[in-house]
Design a protein around this ligand. Structure first.
Ligand SMILES: *[C@@H]1O[C@H](CO)[C@@H](O)[C@H](O)[C@H]1NC(C)=O
Ligand SMILES: *[C@@H]1O[C@H](CO)[C@@H](O)[C@H](O)[C@H]1NC(C)=O
Ligand SMILES: *[C@@H]1O[C@H](CO)[C@@H](O)[C@H](O)[C@H]1NC(C)=O
Ligand SMILES: *[C@@H]1O[C@H](CO)[C@@H](O)[C@H](O)[C@H]1NC(C)=O
Length: 351
């Protein structure tokens, strides 16, 4: 009786500890995620990474495991500020390091990115441009970078985030100077430089129905009608916990694949308002599972990339103060329940 009572007491204590400790829930799945993705007919399960993180030995050891990650996206070092910091002065040192790592470990690469309104060097952002002066600058940047990596990229995010959430074109320096023609200028230059790379437009908040996906479908139709090379749309997938709507995501992906393009989940993370509870981690598992199940259900969804695999190197806490724990591995590189959600989604692919 006494034994039973103390066992019960212990169980209650453990239950209450479990309720109040954010990282007490662990994954139990033993399947490796890239292996699982391939078994489900996808090209890859991959992750973003960034050059400074590669000195983190434990991080890099798991990153190198190609059964876990079959694809890399460089987080920063292929962006314009890093690759052409001054006009016609190119620097591919950082990007080359990621490409070499991918090659040595048998991974494919999503090049990221050629044209974006953020992380631009001042000489582009603050230049006083005319259509006649800016168009060749775009062409030179895209051609030089895409040629440098020609034959080494699975795909390029040629255009990143061209739309506002209300579906209008983002008024960046390129649009303000060249109207939406900057998009076809960049896509044509990338295709000429690397004809085998799949050319993508990549954006966020395409995952739910509304004006943004409508505008993306419209944009793609216009590009196709004009004979502009475009092969895929990236659904970034930066979600907030509990706000994954898989049927909307599937509808939106299928609107794109109906135009003969492929799609991919390119920057997946699911952020939690801190402090995270065990219930939150269970919800996060369900949310990760929903997203990956949707990619599995859409045959032309080629793969899923997480925006870094561990909370240790996530951009979320600094970008969305008060939020965090967005990745499938925690800060100690321990697999969270989200890992099981991803594994189950790939494993049940025949359902
Ligand atoms: C990861 O792989 C690269 C390329 O083979 C190698 O240079 C590096 O030392 C590896 N890192 C770790 C931590 O194993
Ligand atoms: C090129 O980029 C690398 C890595 O980002 C940096 O260390 C190096 O200083 C740069 N080289 C030049 C000449 O700016
Ligand atoms: C470029 O413009 C930004 C914002 O308008 C400003 O903060 C920055 O100081 C400018 N840089 C230069 C070199 O003029
Ligand atoms: C769309 O959103 C952008 C960014 O918030 C805003 O500047 C623009 O005025 C909006 N356009 C319309 C038509 O609502």
């Amino acid at each position: 009786m006494l034994l039973l009572a103390s066992a019960l007491f212990l169980a209650l204590v453990q239950a209450s500890v479990a309720l109040h400790t954010s990282t007490s829930a662990k994954a139990t799945s033993t399947v490796a995620l890239n292996t699982a993705a391939k078994a489900a007919g996808k090209l890859y399960f991959g992750t973003a990474t960034d050059n400074p993180e590669l000195t983190d030995k434990a991080y890099a050891t798991l990153l190198n495991n190609t059964m876990m990650f079959g694809q890399l996206t460089p987080g920063n070092t292929m962006k314009w500020y890093a690759t052409e910091p001054e006009k016609n002065v190119f620097n591919f040192t950082g990007g080359d390091q990621i490409v070499a790592l991918a090659k040595a470990t048998g991974k494919i690469i999503r090049g990221h990115n050629l044209i974006w309104h953020n992380q631009l060097p001042d000489w582009v952002t603050n230049g006083s441009w005319t259509p006649e002066t800016l168009a060749p600058v775009i062409e030179t940047h895209v051609r030089t970078e895409a040629s440098h990596y020609a034959g080494k990229m699975y795909s390029w995010d040629v255009i990143n985030e061209p739309l506002y959430d209300n579906g209008t074109m983002r008024a960046n320096v390129f649009y303000q100077t060249l109207d939406s023609s900057y998009i076809s200028i960049a896509l044509r230059a990338a295709h000429a430089a690397d004809p085998k790379a799949k050319l993508y437009i990549n954006d966020y908040n395409l995952e739910s129905t509304g004006p943004k996906i409508d505008a993306m479908v419209h944009l793609v139709k216009n590009l196709l009608a004009a004979g502009v090379p475009i092969h895929g749309i990236g659904f970034q997938g930066h979600f907030i916990l509990g706000e994954v709507y898989p049927s909307q995501l599937q509808t939106n992906m299928e609107r794109i694949t109906a135009l003969s393009l492929e799609v991919a989940v390119t920057e997946l993370d699911i952020r939690i308002k801190l402090p995270a509870t065990d219930a939150d981690l269970e919800q996060q598992k369900a949310d990760y599972m929903s997203v990956v199940q949707t990619c599995v259900a859409v045959s032309k969804c080629v793969g899923v990339t997480v925006w870094d695999y561990t909370d240790r190197h996530s951009w979320i806490p600094s970008f969305f103060p008060g939020y965090g724990e967005a990745c499938p591995w925690d800060v100690n590189l321990v697999r969270k329940p989200a890992y099981d959600g991803i594994a189950m989604a790939f494993k049940n692919c025949t359902m």
